[in-house]
Design a binder for this molecule. Sequence first.
Ligand SMILES: [Zn+2]
Length: 406
Amino acid sequence: MHNLTLSVPGQVFLLKYQRKLKNILLLTILLSIVCNTSAQIRFITGYQNANVDTAVSVANYSTNTICFSPHRDSLNTETVWYNFGITGFRTDTIITFLMNYNNIYYPPNYPVVSYNGKEYFNVKASQRNNINQFSVKPTHDTVFVSTGYPYTYNRLQKLIKSINGNKYFKIDSSFTTPKGNRLYLLTVTDHNTKSRTKKNVWIIARQHAFESISNFVVEGMINYLLSDKVTDTDILSQYTFYIVPMVDIDNVISGQSGRMSFPRDFNRDWNSPRHSEIETLEKWIKKSGKRRYDMFFDIHATYPGGRTTNVFSYFDIHGGSIQSQNLNQFWQRFYNLTHYRPKTIDDTNVYQEGFSADYYNAKKYKRLQFATTIECDWNVNSRGKVWQIADYLNLGENIIKAVPVK
Ligand SMILES: [Zn+2]
């Protein structure tokens, strides 16, 4: 009895202790879960144009290092583009990004970083032993990184929505891509002028999905054409601008690079199209009237790893022909406006893999002044500055200003 009475408070103590122990244990487990969660860097890819290969990308919390590889869908043979966010990293030390580019072509010298997924800025990357490295100050709890300034399908749709009431602007046609997205043909002109001498200028961009910067150039063109800066409305009464701003929409949305897209690169698909997008573009061009067809521009971007300090270059596929002379005169007008002297490249082998857009158009429509590919650059311009979005918009404006032959 005595022992028993003695044992009662002992048991109560033991029970209390066990309960405490259990609580401490539970708390420890809970804490360890919380700590583990907060000590885990997570990849964010659930947004338009996003892409990283999470299967092979690894984040290390203690060193605050992200080793990553862009995702390549099985149909693409070249990988250039990445665009993803991370969260859950340490905020007391810099974040180091290491991009493995064993299978990746031309990693960027100036990748871009954002804290909100909207405004991006350049950082300098260095290359060593197949690793492309850059670092970011963790001033926010989320960081987004990308090969270059992303230009999404959303942005294009917003632009179209914002100008849709303008009397000089029209969505001329649209076409549904294999993945169910809307591909736009836009026209900018004075729709009331039905002059017989009115000329057609065709502008297409983004046949290669990773070449996002080309879309800022096109946006600059559209903005200029619809702006108050066009005080001389002659350009809109003399020309119809047919613009297909985003050709490979499907790969843009899914964040693929798009270069060498299966079954054939979009820009080698023009002699006998296998992509329904190219087939449709050819029909639209044909329908727009070949007699008054004056100029064809296909806006691209170089590989981001290129180290040319060039405004941009163009492919001249016609050596010393009249079209080539016209093209040189166009660039002279552009030079007079900007003092940028583009580099010219004679790309005569382009038809061997399949016709490129400029080659196809120049060959099929012989009355054209010229058909050309413009390659925008991702690196440092001829003034020693890294290209910014405003510069690309400005390029677009000046390309349009250089169109009229005075
Ligand atoms: Zn391209």
